[in-house]
Ligand binder design. Structure first.
Ligand code: PLP
Length: 390
């Protein structure tokens, strides 16, 4: 099998696995059991891991809340800020092309009487398909806006949003800014002050860490964000998220992020090269192939390993069945159980049929050039065979 689905999840880095193992054995104690040395030892390991991650993101350790992943972080960010007792504003602005893990909590708030405004991103014929239109944002945002939430990098078309520009508008109106950075952390530079965000979600399994662990950055410096906790109980993590800390996963997550950060530039260059090679090989042989999302030359606007192509009139699902040795995606992992065509592709102007004829490839750290060449050959052959049947 050749794995090109790194937006759905990544394999665990050997360094992260190695760092976790002692916490399943000798260092098994509860990090909250600070009445004994065994607990204090684990607490020190967890604190060290959180401090490392915070440092890599440009945050203070007290600004990190550990969660089960980006879905929970998004829920805590959106529901936590809007349902806080001191929150008087009633409007939230976001994009139609956000992940379901963000749209879900927004829908819940809408049922509770909040006004949700979802903006259309730039279309396929605009300069950067999928990118936020800052003029539309400046019209939507106002003094009643509690929160603006825009993902840093899209999980389907890889478009990277201009968060620092968005932040300027938020400051003007006193709105908080959240970003779902699940696809960005570990792949492109992410620094909370450079982005000027108030809240930032991340998830370890997207950057070669374990599954079921992630975090939410919550700004305390300069402007303190007030959050209502969504999981209550034993009062862990300053009462913001109760529950025994998953110490092995936290240590693994921090190690995985360290490995990503120390190889960020080289990995991005190599992976971009593989991504471009795959597209060129496909485009050379398939005359009707179309790229979805930002142009590959606009490298700052697109995640290094992201490729999304339309094989119309051949259906993505049919292609996947015809190439069973390939792991790619014809929808985002979290929604691919439902047959609906991608809402992100439709948001940039693709028809339902075109969206159904598209495949997403996510190239990662362990992929090789020969794998890319093999995938291109498989896909060209399968597309030609399927086209001949139409
Ligand atoms: C942009 C984005 N947000 C949120 C999620 C959900 O993350 P998790 O699996 O950590 O809950 C994903 C995963 O598919 C994602 O790509």
């Amino acid at each position: 099998m050749i794995y090109l689905d790194h937006h759905a999840t990544t394999p665990i880095a050997p360094e992260a696995l190695e760092a976790m193992l002692p916490l399943f054995g000798e260092y098994f104690a509860n990090a909250g059991s600070t009445t004994h040395a065994a607990g204090r030892q684990v607490a020190a390991m967890v604190n060290d891991a959180v401090a490392k991650m915070a440092g890599l993101l440009g945050a203070d350790p007290e600004e990190i809340v550990i969660t089960s992943g980006a879905t929970e972080s998004n829920n805590l960010a959106v529901l936590g800020t809007c349902l806080h007792s001191r929150q008087k504003r009633r409007k939230i602005v976001s994009l139609v092309s956000e992940h379901q893990a963000l749209l879900g909590p927004l829908q819940r708030l809408q049922k509770g009487g909040f006004q949700i405004e979802l903006l259309q991103p730039q279309g396929r014929h605009d300069s950067v398909p999928g990118m936020i239109d800052l003029e539309r944002l400046s019209t939507a945002i106002d003094e009643d806006t509690a929160l603006v939430s825009v993902m840093l990098a899209n999980n389907e078309i890889g478009v990277v949003q201009p968060l620092a520009e968005i932040a300027k508008l938020c400051r003007q109106y006193g709105a908080l800014l959240h970003t779902d950075a699940a696809q960005a952390v570990g792949r492109i530079p992410v620094h909370v002050d450079d982005l000027d965000v108030d809240l930032l979600s991340f998830s370890a399994h997207k950057f070669y860490g374990p599954k079921g662990i992630g975090g939410l950055y919550v700004r305390r410096r300069e402007r303190r964000v007030r959050l209502q906790s969504q999981i209550v109980g034993g009062g862990q993590q300053h009462n913001l998220r109760s529950g025994t800390l998953n110490s092995p996963a936290i240590v693994g997550m921090a190690r995985a992020l360290e490995v990503c950060s120390s190889n960020l530039e080289e990995d991005a260059l190599r992976i971009t090269g593989l991504r471009d090679r795959l597209f060129q090989s496909l485009a050379r042989s398939l005359d009707m192939l179309r790229l979805n999302g930002p142009r590959l030359e606009d490298s700052g606007c697109r995640l290094p390993g992201n490729l999304n192509c339309c094989f119309y009139p051949v259906e993505g699902q049919s292609l996947m069945l015809a190439v069973p040795e390939l792991a790619a995606s014809s929808g985002s992992a979290c929604t691919s159980a439902e047959p609906a065509p991608s809402h992100v592709l439709q948001a940039i102007g693709l028809s339902e049929d075109e969206a159904r004829s598209s495949l997403r490839f996510g190239i990662g750290r362990f992929n090789t050039q020969s794998e890319i060449d093999q995938v291109a050959t498989w896909l060209v052959d399968a597309t030609e065979q399927l086209r001949a049947l139409l």
